[in-house]
Write a protein that binds this ligand. Structure first.
Ligand SMILES: Cc1ncc(COP(=O)(O)O)c(C=O)c1O
Length: 394
């Protein structure tokens, strides 16, 4: 059966993590895998999450199945968090999924069922799993211009020029905030232009929201998404709680479908049930139950938002310190883009040779392509990091 299978290729990000683990040097720095870390290098359980978990354990009476849609109160809370106050709210359904990854795949399958010849447009570059997930669902994939490697910002005119060519057969996948891997987000005015183009030309917007609260704030981070939701007839959202609740391993996400009418969205939910049934059937419970417990309790929700704000503040501080140290040591302001990026990531443009030298000579681990995870830093590492980067000629 398996004789003809080729040997599996290593996952480049995970194998970098393993190489880091095995590196005996005590001053090693890991800027690789996309996980938030505090000043001590730990990814702690948030206090709001610990409280919610304890309550759930105390109240638990059964482990019986819940159902294809998962936890109804979670689904309602996620809909409220993302769409309350927008026109889309009354025409939307939500379905709990195994992470945003599960939502991306389920929604890709939904698109393929509704319109098998649809083409999904991704930013260039995009989250490494977007293309394989869309293609695994049988969808055609194209790329729209996104990142300008010189300014390290979004090339919005080039992006909008391509998006203006999309029509009813196209799906436009956007990052809700804190773009992975670049860290460069589109402006609010670009969200407005995209909304107008979607209304005029009829393509379907699809927003992947994996870092809500890691940029400017919980609600500020979804202003663009909400603008879109206020106006377009149809919209897809895949949202993750891995980062914003620190629930990485619990696989908590949600797929949202906004239809022209609630009936159409409900029909789409029926299709999602069928699609889920033939793969994982039901989503895991625990992470979503924790999120529902937090979002449905005003005090706990406030506690969670405070912790989330502290995390995003730490990332903004680190960006500031890093840019200042680069300016100090290099005498140039060419690293100031670090302060304009949002969330955990920045695409640095460091080349492969520089990345290898950083790893071999300086014990600094950065994924190929040059994406750094700012949250992997402690402030005390910054002078050595900058010195090493400049030593390899960045
Ligand atoms: C842009 C983007 N979308 C989706 C995901 C997947 O998130 P989850 O852990 O919820 O599956 C990630 C995770 O890194 C991501 O960066």
């Amino acid at each position: 059966m398996f004789a003809n299978l080729p040997a599996a290729k290593d996952d480049p990000i995970l194998s970098l993590g393993l190489a880091f683990k095995d590196d005996p040097r005590s001053d090693k720095i890991d800027l690789g895998i996309g996980v938030y870390r505090n000043e001590h290098g730990a990814t702690p359980v948030m206090k709001a999450v610990s409280i919610a978990q304890q309550r759930l354990l105390d109240q638990q009476t059964t482990q019986a199945y819940i159902g294809l849609a998962g936890n109804a109160s979670y689904n309602q809370a996620m809909l409220g968090l993302l769409l309350n106050g927008t026109d889309a709210f009354s025409r939307a359904i939500a379905m709990q999924t195994p992470g945003a990854s599960g939502a991306l795949r389920l929604l890709a399958d939904l698109i393929a069922s509704a319109k098998p010849n649809a083409k999904v447009w991704l930013s260039n570059p995009s989250y490494v799993n977007h293309q394989p997930i869309m293609q695994a669902a049988g969808l055609d994939v194209g790329f729209y211009p996104y990142f300008d490697p010189v300014s390290k910002q979004v090339d919005e005119p080039a992006m909008l020029e391509q998006i203006a060519k999309l029509g009813p057969n196209d799906v436009l996948l956007l990052h809700g905030c804190c773009h992975n891997p670049t860290g460069a987000d589109i402006s609010f005015s670009a969200w407005q232009s995209i909304t107008e183009l979607a209304l005029k030309n009829g393509f379907l917007p699809f927003v992947d929201l994996a870092y809500q609260g890691f940029g400017q704030g919980l609600m500020d981070d979804i202003l663009g998404l909400q603008h879109l939701a206020q106006q377009v007839p149809e919209l897809l959202i895949a949202s993750s709680n891995s980062k914003s609740f620190g629930l990485y391993r619990e696989r908590s996400g949600v797929a949202i479908v906004v239809g022209e009418t609630l009936q159409q969205a409900t029909n789409a939910r029926g299709k999602l049930f069928e699609l889920a049934r033939r793969s994982y059937t039901m989503p895991p419970n625990w992470g979503a139950a924790i999120v529902a417990e937090i979002l449905n309790d005003a005090q706990l929700s406030q506690q969670w938002q405070q912790e989330l704000n502290q995390m995003s503040q730490r990332m903004r501080d680190l960006r500031q310190c890093l840019a200042q140290e680069f300016a100090l040591q290099s005498g140039s302001d060419r690293f100031n883009y670090l302060t304009q990026h949002q969330g955990m990531f920045s695409l640095t443009g460091f080349n492969q040779l520089q990345l290898e030298q950083l790893r071999e000579q300086h014990a600094i681990y950065i994924v190929s392509g040059g994406r750094i995870n700012v949250a992997g830093l402690a402030k005390t590492f910054i002078p050595r990091l900058v010195e090493s980067c400049l030593a390899v000629g960045v």
